[in-house]
Design a protein around this ligand. Sequence first.
Ligand SMILES: *Cc1c(COP(=O)(O)O)cnc(C)c1O
Length: 433
Amino acid sequence: MMTDFLNDPRFRDLKPFESRVWLSSPTMHGEEQHWVDEAILTNWVSTVGKNIDVVEKECAEKVGRRFAVGLSAGTAALHLAIRLAGERLYGPAPANQGVLRGHKVFCSDCTFDATVNPVAYENGEAVFIDTELDSWNMSPEALEKAFSLYPEVRLIVLAHLYGTPAKCDELRAIADRHGALIVEDAAESFGSTYKGTQTGCFGDYAIISFNGNKIITGSSGGMFLTDSEEDAHKIRKWSTQSREDAPWYQHEELGYNYRMSNVIAGVIRGQLPYLETHIAQKREIYERYREGLKDLPVVMNPIPAETNPNYWLSCLTVNPEALCAQVRDERRALYITEPGKSCPTEILGALAAFKAEGRPIWKPMHLQPVYRNHVFITAQGVARGRSNAYIAEAAAADNGAELFRYGLCLPSDNKMTEAQQRVIIDIIHRCFE
Ligand SMILES: *Cc1c(COP(=O)(O)O)cnc(C)c1O
C-alpha cells in the first residue's frame, strides 16, 4: 500500500516544510564568489590558474599527501588512479585497450557506482567484496576470503561510505600480504580520520570528490592524491590529452580531457576554509538524530572506535523485528504499514511528503543489473548473481543487502535548522505509530 501521508491520521496536523530540506546541498560562504570573480576578471577562465594551484596545495596539505592533481570529477580521478595502478601492475595498454585487460579487481560492494565503473572502463572485472557491519565498509574477512579464492588479484578499490573510514589497517595488511595495490575512494570522507590519519592516505592512490552534495564542493570536481611526483606528473599529463613536450600536438599515449577548471577551483578555494565547520555541523546533526531517535527501534550508522568521521550523511537502520513488510522490484517498492513498525520506503515517503529529502542506502553493486553476473564474495564464501527474493532469505549472509533493506540516509544538510530537524525526527516517530 502507498500512504497518502498528508491525509493519514498519523500526520494530519503536520504541514510540509516551506522550503525543501535537502539530503546534502552546497553550503556557500561568500569567498567562493570572490575567487570565481577573480578568475573571470583576470581572464584565467580555463584549466590553468592560481585557484587550481592553491586548491591542489591545500588539499595535499590537509590530507597529508605530497601531491594533489585537480580533475574535473571524482569519477575522473578514480579512472586515472585505476589506470595508473593497472599500468604499474600489468604494463601500459595499447591505445583503445583497457589497461586491466580482463584482470579481476576486488571492489567495495556497498557504494556509489562511480567507485567501480572505472574498472569496467579499463576492461577489468570487478569482484564485489561484502560489507562489514562495524563500519559499513569493505569487510576484511570477506577480502581475506576473496584472496583465498583468487590469489592472483593485485588491485583493490576501496570506498569509505558516508564519511566513515573503513578498517584501513586490517585491509592494508591483507593487501600487503598479497602484494596488492589499493585505490582509495575518499570521495565522501574528506576530512575524516582513522587512528589520527586522514582518509586519502591509505591507498597507493587516492581520490576525493567536490560534487555538489559532498562536504566541500566546487559544483563538480575531483582530486587525485599521491606521494609520487612522477605519478602526479603522469596524471596531469593524461588529464590534458597526453600532450608530449613537442612543438605540435604530439600524442604517444591515450589522453583524456579531465583537468579541473580554474573557475570551479575558485569555488573549492572559497569552501576549503570551512571544512572543519561543515564537519562540526554534520556531527551535530548526527548527534541530534541519535538522541532524538533513541527511543525508536532503529540504530544510527556506526562510528567505529579510533575514527573521527566527517559525518557527511546521517543514516539509520530499522531493527529487523520492527521492519514492516516491504518488497522491492528493480524499480518500485511497496510496503504494508503496521503499528509499531515501519520501513525505509515508508520513512522516505513520509519525509518526501513533508518536503524533506532522504535516500535509500546505496544499493549494493552485486544487486545492480549492470553488474549482476559478477562474482560477489562474503565472509562465508562466494555468491554469483542473486535475485532480490533470494537475498531476502539469505540476508544474514549478505550485509550489503541487509543494509539496503533496513537502512536509509536522513536529511543531513548543513543548513537544516534544529527546528526543522525536530520535525523530521517527529515524522520518523509517527511512521512507527
Ligand atoms: C560522489 C562519489 C564519487 C564520484 O565523484 P564525482 O565527483 O561525482 O564524480 C565516487 N565515489 C563515491 C563513493 C562517491 O560518493
